[in-house]
Design a protein around this ligand. Structure first.
Ligand SMILES: Cc1cc2nc3c(=O)[nH]c(=O)nc-3n(C[C@H](O)[C@H](O)[C@H](O)COP(=O)(O)OP(=O)(O)OC[C@H]3O[C@@H](n4cnc5c(N)ncnc54)[C@H](O)[C@@H]3O)c2cc1C
Length: 78
């Protein structure tokens, strides 16, 4: 069975897919159209399925080390 796989896009879905496939012995190549790493943006809330995947990949503790400490929104009065 051929085991070469091309993954298009190196964001969260592509990188996660490529990582999991490589761990299972597939020969994975990732292509990304963006010329550089896009490090701008805002806080990302990781929960639900995303948190489960992070845990399964053994990356939850490393992600928590990088938390910004943002607590969310507090309503202080009406
Ligand atoms: C403002 C904003 C805030 C968000 N906040 C949250 C949040 O707090 N928590 C959360 O869980 N989600 C959040 N999301 C959603 C989250 O960003 C997306 O669900 C997630 O990025 C989707 O990941 P993806 O890998 O599927 O796609 P994308 O992140 O869109 O990545 C697709 C990648 O494929 C590349 N690509 C596309 N076409 C090609 C091609 N033809 N050839 C090569 N490369 C290609 C793109 O350049 C890109 O790098 C937010 C989204 C936005 C817009």
């Amino acid at each position: 069975m051929p085991n070469r796989i091309l993954v298009t896009g190196a964001s969260v879905a592509g990188a996660t897919t490529a990582s999991r496939l490589a761990r299972h012995g597939f020969d994975v190549e990732v292509v990304e159209k963006s010329a550089c790493f896009l490090d701008g943006g805002q806080n990302v809330e990781v929960r639900g399925a995303g948190r489960k995947v992070l845990r399964a990949m053994g990356l939850e503790a490393r992600a928590l080390e990088r938390t910004t400490g943002e607590r969310g929104t507090d309503w202080v009065n009406a």
